[in-house]
Design a protein around this ligand. Structure first.
Ligand SMILES: O=C(O)CCC(=O)C(=O)O
Length: 249
């Protein structure tokens, strides 16, 4: 994470990292998803979610600790973070928006953005891998940049206006990029208007000592994970937590 990226994440609460996946990797991830024959998404948010994709192949599991993403997560979450939960979002033209949620105020203990001792500390943090493009003319992730530090609750007028309000942006996030955001950010989903299907894989990580979810996520049974990938499935605790970056040190 370079100086500019760190500045922008602190300023806005999210970052788009372009060109993480090659054309070949995108094609393979999309092919494996096509092979699942999932029911087509409908207009409601509920039908626009899918799970279990870590069992679809090694290439999905390798996103867990993708070498280009890990340095970002180390800066944002510190060492020892864990996979809290994961799911995918797919949408077709007409799939509805998702309401704005999250934000610094009112304070939500598992979803925070703090700055202490010269570094950021984040609660639940999302890496959303885009297998197809999202953006202002398409739909997808939207947010109020900077709201992870807001001292007032998001007004109902802005919630109601959603992406029609100037405070809410839908960043361009081309296929192969990932959006990293803190759940302390006020964010949601812009309704889908594109001809192509939205396909985003959301990996949600918590600091090692906490869990947002009541259930601890389990590793896929059919794929052999690396030592580091298995560490991401450790239950929450703080004391003597193994490093995810031992080989880097
Ligand atoms: O559309 C997105 O990427 C955001 C989704 C989201 O905020 C959620 O599923 O809670």
């Amino acid at each position: 994470m370079n100086e500019e990226e760190r500045y922008l994440f602190d300023l806005r609460g999210y970052l788009v990292i372009p060109e993480l996946l090659s054309t070949g990797e995108l094609a393979e991830l999309n092919r494996l998803m096509d092979m699942r024959g999932l029911p087509a998404p409908e207009e409601d948010t509920q039908s626009a979610r899918f799970g279990g994709f870590l069992e679809w192949g090694q290439i999905y599991c390798d996103l867990l600790d993708h070498p280009r993403i890990m340095p970002y997560l180390k800066t944002i979450l510190g060492d020892g973070f864990r996979l809290d939960h994961y799911y995918g979002i797919y949408m077709r033209a007409g799939t509805e928006q998702l309401r704005l949620h999250g934000g610094n105020t009112p304070y939500d203990p598992p979803e925070y953005y703090h700055f202490r001792n010269g570094q950021m500390h984040n609660g639940l943090t999302v890496v959303a891998w885009n297998l197809t493009s999202t953006g202002p003319t398409l739909g997808g992730f939207c947010a109020a940049p900077g709201s992870h530090k807001a001292n007032y609750p998001c007004p109902d007028s802005i919630r109601a206006a959603h992406t029609a309000h100037e405070a809410i942006i839908v960043p361009d996030a081309p296929a192969g990029s990932a959006v990293i955001f803190t759940e302390a950010l006020t964010h949601g989903t812009a309704a889908w208007t594109a001809d192509h299907q939205r396909r985003s894989l959301l990996f949600k990580y918590s600091p090692g000592q906490q869990s947002w979810s009541a259930k601890y996520v389990q590793p896929p049974k059919n794929i052999r994970l690396t030592t580091r990938q298995n560490l991401l499935f450790e239950k929450p605790y703080f004391n003597a937590r193994p490093s995810l970056f031992e080989e880097d040190d």
